[in-house]
Design a protein around this ligand. Structure first.
Ligand SMILES: Cc1ncc(COP(=O)(O)O)c(C=O)c1O
Length: 378
């Protein structure tokens, strides 16, 4: 048996939705499926504005650009993330400043963030790792408020996740969702901006539409559209929007399956507490979406042995993330001597387990059995 790390929840309904969009759509972005996607996302997240875009990376770029970040400004970002979080901060010449994470939920550590705030800091990009608001999220938001700086949520992992009954991605001035092929809702590529600010939403609509007031034209507010500002082309194809929409309709089922797998894993692995740290749902996560199920090993050699053994049994597990501050680009920004002890430890010892909606009982049992045997032998 071969078990992938992730698998999109694409069945006949998804295929039919794509074919329908191809046969009936306008063959461009911002057609009927994109309009529907806005409404579905607004309903799920309760955000005032949901703007379909080509990726979470682009959602963050649009937000940072429209918040006015510029050369000389600093934006605090985690190092334990994909390069997107940092590159988005850099879109208008701002400098990303790396901060450490907490060792339990792997989200920004507010104490470390505080130490890195300078006169030049304009904002924080926070990642909700695995779809969890880390245990210090309230503290981080309070800190940003006190410092008078914005928070953009990198909510790439978060579709369907709620903290204190509120969707992740709707706490900051803007949030960015991902519908990349590995996500709970997968369209190959795709994303959405979420915001409750009309002014920011208006600015981002223009930015993602090549600096034109195309959306105002489509809404009948102007008789022709023209070039009105700076921008780029981040408009999502209606065909991909159709693929997102059909999965948004199934989001409860998708996340219920993932919850089930997570609870089976936790039950099966909790007796190995000395060797691994299990994921803990942070307090206040009223609706987790289990985008990632990660085990943190007691040391690097145990992690390597586990990964090797699982792969030998054709179970795809993966490590996560290569710390940005230790990458060639990160070193150019932060200096080769920068140390983020928690980030470095987590990155060296974490393993992501397979988790996807529709994972069969046989597949789940095979993973659990193989992982338990491997853990016993470590
Ligand atoms: C934390 C984080 N941010 C951003 C992204 C980028 O998302 P996208 O591929 O939609 O740009 C990812 C993708 O995996 C991610 O894990």
């Amino acid at each position: 048996m071969k078990i992938p790390l992730h698998k999109p929840f694409w069945g006949v309904k998804a295929e039919a939705a794509v074919i329908h969009a191809m046969r009936t759509g306008v063959g461009t972005a911002d057609g009927p499926e994109s309009a529907l996607m806005r409404e579905k996302l607004k309903q799920i997240t309760k955000a005032k504005f949901a703007i379909p875009v080509t990726s979470c990376t682009h959602a963050m770029e649009a937000a940072v650009a429209c918040l006015g970040a510029k050369t000389g400004d600093e934006v605090i970002v985690p190092s334990f993330t994909l390069a997107s979080t940092a590159t988005a901060a850099m879109v208008r010449g701002a400098t990303p400043v790396f901060a450490d994470i907490d060792p339990i939920h792997f989200s920004l550590d507010p104490q470390d963030v505080m130490r890195r705030i300078t006169k030049r800091t304009v904002g924080i990009m926070t990642v909700h790792y695995a779809g969890f608001a880390g245990g210090y999220f309230d503290e981080l938001m309070a800190l940003a408020k006190k410092a008078g700086i914005w928070v953009v949520e990198d909510a790439a992992h978060c579709i369907g996740a709620q903290y204190k009954h509120k969707a992740l991605g709707t706490f900051g001035v803007a949030g960015a969702l991902s519908f990349h092929g590995t996500k709970n809702v997968a369209a190959g590529e795709g994303g959405s901006i979420l915001t409750n600010s009309r002014a920011l939403s208006d600015a981002m609509e223009i930015f993602r539409s090549i600096g034109t007031d195309r959306m105002a034209f489509l809404a009948g507010k102007v008789s022709a559209y023209s070039w009105v500002g700076e921008g780029s082309s981040f408009m999502l194809s209606d065909i991909l929007a159709a693929l997102v929409n059909i999965q948004l309709d199934q989001i409860d089922r998708i996340n219920k399956d993932r919850n089930q797998i997570a609870s089976e894993y936790t039950k099966a692995f909790q007796s190995f507490a000395g060797k691994i740290q299990l994921p803990i749902v942070p307090k206040g996560m009223t609706q987790p979406n289990w985008h990632i199920y990660a085990l943190k090993f007691a040391n690097v050699s145990m992690r390597e042995a586990f990964v090797k053994a699982m792969r030998a049994k054709h179970i795809e597990v993966s490590t996560h993330y290569m710390p940005l501050h230790a990458s060639p680009m990160g070193k150019r920004l932060a200096g080769a001597r920068m140390r983020l002890p928690v980030t470095e430890d987590v990155a060296a010892t974490l393993v992501r387990m397979p988790i996807y909606a529709g994972m069969s009982k046989t597949e789940r049992e095979y993973v659990v059995l193989t992982a338990r045997k491997t853990l016993q032998a470590l």
